[in-house]
Ligand binder design. Structure first.
Ligand SMILES: NC(=O)c1ccc[n+]([C@@H]2O[C@H](COP(=O)([O-])OP(=O)(O)OC[C@H]3O[C@@H](n4cnc5c(N)ncnc54)[C@H](O)[C@@H]3O)[C@@H](O)[C@H]2O)c1
Length: 348
C-alpha cells in the first residue's frame, strides 16, 4: 500500500456535480489538501477552480500526469467509474469512487483487480457506513450485543417527481446500470448488509417496474413521453436476498410512486437486540421485555469517509468500504435485475 511522507494527502476531484461536496470536504479535513479539480464542463470547471483557488483540468488523463496529486475522488456518471478509476490507479493515484462501484459486474471486477495489482487504496463512497448511527449499530454487532442477526429490511420510496436527471445518464441503463435500485438502493443495501456482518449472498428474487418514467411522468420539470433510449431503467424495484448463514433481507427502492410521504427506513433484527435507522433506535431485552436502549450519540465520534480514505493511505488502515467489499453489494444489485428479467429466483 502506497504511503506518503507528509501528514496530508493531496487530493483532486474528478467530476464536479456531487464532486463539489468531496472538494469542500478535502478543504476541511485535517489530513487532506485539495490541489486540483477536473471536469470537461467549462462552466463547472471554471467555477470550482476559482472558488477553491486550485489547478483545473478539463481532461482526467492530464490530471493523472500531475505528480502533486496523490489521490482522486471519482465523481462522474456511473459508466465512467471504471475507466477513470482504473486510469487513475494505473497512474499511481489512490481512488475514492462515488457509488455504485460500477454500472456492471465486469467493470466492478476490473476496478477491484486494478486496485489490487497496483497496490493502491480503492474505496467506495458509501456515506451511510460513516454516519454515527451506523457506526454505533456496527459496534453493537461486533460486540455481539445484537446476537445472531437474521433479518434486515430497508425501504426508500420517493413520491411522483423523484426521478433524477430524466433523459440523461441517470435514466439510461447502459450509462447508469439501472434505476433506483442501483442509484439509491446501493446506499441502503450497502449499509444494511454491513450492519448484518457482510454475510455471503446466495440467492435473490427481484421485481422491477417502470410505471411512470416511460409515459413521461414521475420527473419534475419533464412533460413529454421520453424515447425508449431516454428512459430504459425501472422506477421501482423490490427484492428478497438470502444469505449463506440463513439470514435474509427484504427491500424496495423507488424514484416515483403514489406514496403518501417520501418513505425511508432500515431495520436489523438479532436474537438479542435490534436497531433501526431513520429514525435511529436501539432495543434490547430487560427483565424479559423489550427495552429501549437508544443512546445519545452527541459525543460519539466517527471519521468521515474522506478522512478515513486519507487515513488508510497514510497509516495503512483497512478501508471500511473497499472496492473489494463493495463488489459484493454490486453483485446483489445486478442479481436483482437478473432475477426480475428471468422472473425467477437467481443464484449468486
Ligand atoms: N453519495 C451521494 O449521495 C451521491 C449523490 C449524487 C450522486 N452520486 C454519484 O456521483 C456520481 C456523479 O453524480 P452527479 O449527480 O454528480 O452527476 P452529474 O451529472 O451532476 O455530474 C457529473 C459530472 O461529471 C462530469 N464528467 C463527465 N465526464 C467526465 C470526464 N470524462 N471527466 C471528468 N468529469 C466528467 C460531468 O461534466 C458532470 O459535471 C454518480 O456516480 C452518482 O451515482 C452520489
Amino acid at each position: 500500500m502506497g504511503k506518503k511522507s507528509s501528514d496530508r494527502i493531496n487530493m483532486a476531484v474528478i467530476g464536479l456535480g456531487v464532486g463539489r461536496w468531496h472538494a469542500d470536504s478535502y478543504v476541511q479535513e485535517s489530513n487532506t489538501n485539495l490541489v486540483a479539480v477536473c471536469d470537461p464542463d467549462e462552466k463547472r470547471l471554471t467555477q470550482a477552480k476559482e472558488h477553491y483557488k486550485v489547478k483545473g483540468y478539463a481532461s482526467y488523463q492530464e490530471l493523472c500526469e500531475d505528480d502533486e496529486v496523490d489521490a482522486v475522488s471519482v465523481c462522474v456518471p456511473n459508466y465512467l467509474h471504471a475507466p477513470i478509476s482504473i486510469y487513475a490507479l494505473e497512474h499511481g493515484k489512490h481512488v475514492l469512487c462515488e457509488k455504485p462501484l460500477a454500472n456492471n459486474l465486469e467493470n466492478g471486477e476490473a476496478m477491484v483487480a486494478s486496485a489490487k495489482s497496483n497496490g493502491l487504496v480503492g474505496v467506495v463512497a458509501m456515506k451511510f457506513r460513516y454516519t454515527k448511527e451506523a457506526a454505533y449499530i456496527h459496534k453493537l454487532l461486533e460486540d455481539g450485543k445484537l446476537g445472531d442477526v437474521y433479518y434486515g429490511w430497508t425501504t426508500y420510496l420517493r413520491q411522483l417527481g423523484g426521478i433524477p436527471g430524466m433523459g440523461g445518464w441517470f435514466t439510461r441503463k447502459p450509462l447508469s446500470g439501472g434505476g433506483p435500485m442501483i442509484d439509491n438502493g446501493v446506499h441502503f443495501l450497502d449499509v444494511l448488509w454491513w450492519l448484518m456482518g457482510c454475510p455471503k449472498p446466495t440467492r435473490v428474487s427481484g421485481a422491477t417496474y417502470a410505471k411512470f418514467g416511460p409515459i413521461g411522468k414521475g420527473a419534475s420539470g419533464w412533460n413529454r413521453v421520453p424515447t425508449p433510449e431516454e428512459f430504459s431503467v425501472e422506477d421501482l424495484a423490490t427484492a428478497i436476498i438470502h444469505f449463506e448463514n440463513g439470514a435474509s433481507v427484504l427491500m424496495d427502492n423507488g424514484w416515483a410512486g403514489f406514496v403518501p410521504n417520501e418513505t425511508i427506513g432500515l431495520r436489523v433484527m438479532g436474537t438479542q437486540g435490534g436497531a433501526t435507522m431513520w429514525p435511529f433506535a436501539v432495543c434490547k431485552e430487560a427483565d424479559g421485555r423489550i427495552a429501549d436502549d437508544t443512546p445519545d450519540l452527541s459525543n460519539f465520534h466517527v471519521d468521515s469517509q474522506f478522512y478515513h480514505f486519507a487515513d488508510c493511505i497514510l497509516n495503512g488502515k483497512t478501508p471500511i468500504s473497499s472496492f473489494d467489499n463493495c463488489l459484493n453489494v454490486l453483485k446483489m444489485l445486478i442479481a436483482v435485475y437478473r432475477s426480475a428479467e428471468a422472473q425467477s429466483e437467481v443464484a449468486i
